[in-house]
Design a protein around this ligand. Structure first.
Ligand code: GDP
Length: 139
C-alpha cells in the first residue's frame, strides 16, 4: 500500500460536493487515512504551489485556492499516486474521461474540484505540508 495527497478544492466544497467526492474516492478503492478542513492563506497556497510560480495562471491559482475552505486528505491504495491521477481525470474537465471526479464535479481548468500529487516524492512532501508528525506516524 502507498499514500497520496488529495485536496478537495474551494469550488467543490462551496458547491456542496465534498461528501460526494469522498464517497467517489472510497468507492474507487481508496482508504481515507487523514483528513481536515482548512482555509489557506496567501502564503500557504503560494508555498504549496511554488513549483508553478511564474506560470501565467499562478496568481489566479493562489487566489482561487484561498477563496474558501479546502479539504486535504491522505489516501491509501495500491499504487496510490497513479491510481488517484486516473480517478480524478485530466486537469481540464473538458478533456477528462467520463466518470472521473473532474468530469463529474469540475467547472473549468482552473476551478477543477480536486488536487492530486503527481509523484511519490511530491506525495510525501505534500502530506507533510498538511499533516503533523503524529498523524503521519499513524499512517
Ligand atoms: P494538475 O496536476 O492536474 O492539478 O495540473 P497542473 O499541475 O498542471 O496545474 C495545477 C493547477 O493549476 C490545476 O489543477 C489548476 O487548478 C491550475 N491550472 C492549471 N492550468 C491552468 C490554466 O490554464 N488556467 C487556470 N486558471 N488554472 C490552471
Amino acid at each position: 500500500m502507498s499514500h497520496t495527497l488529495a485536496i478537495i478544492k474551494p469550488d467543490a466544497v462551496e458547491s456542496g460536493n465534498a461528501g460526494k467526492i469522498l464517497a467517489h474516492l472510497e468507492t474507487a478503492g481508496f482508504a481515507i487515512r487523514a483528513l481536515r478542513l482548512t482555509t489557506l492563506n496567501q502564503a500557504q497556497a503560494g508555498a504549496f504551489y511554488a513549483v508553478h510560480q511564474g506560470r501565467p495562471f499562478y496568481d489566479e491559482l493562489v487566489e482561487f485556492m484561498t477563496s474558501g475552505p479546502v479539504v486535504p486528505l491522505v489516501l491509501e491504495a495500491d499504487d496510490a499516486v497513479a491510481k488517484l491521477r486516473e480517478t480524478i481525470g485530466a486537469t481540464d474537465p473538458a478533456e477528462a474521461a467520463a466518470g472521473t471526479v473532474r468530469k463529474l464535479y469540475a467547472e473549468s481548468k482552473g476551478r477543477n474540484a480536486i488536487h492530486a500529487s503527481d509523484s511519490d516524492a511530491n506525495a510525501e512532501t505534500e502530506i507533510a505540508f498538511f499533516f503533523s508528525t503524529h498523524e503521519r506516524l499513524g499512517l
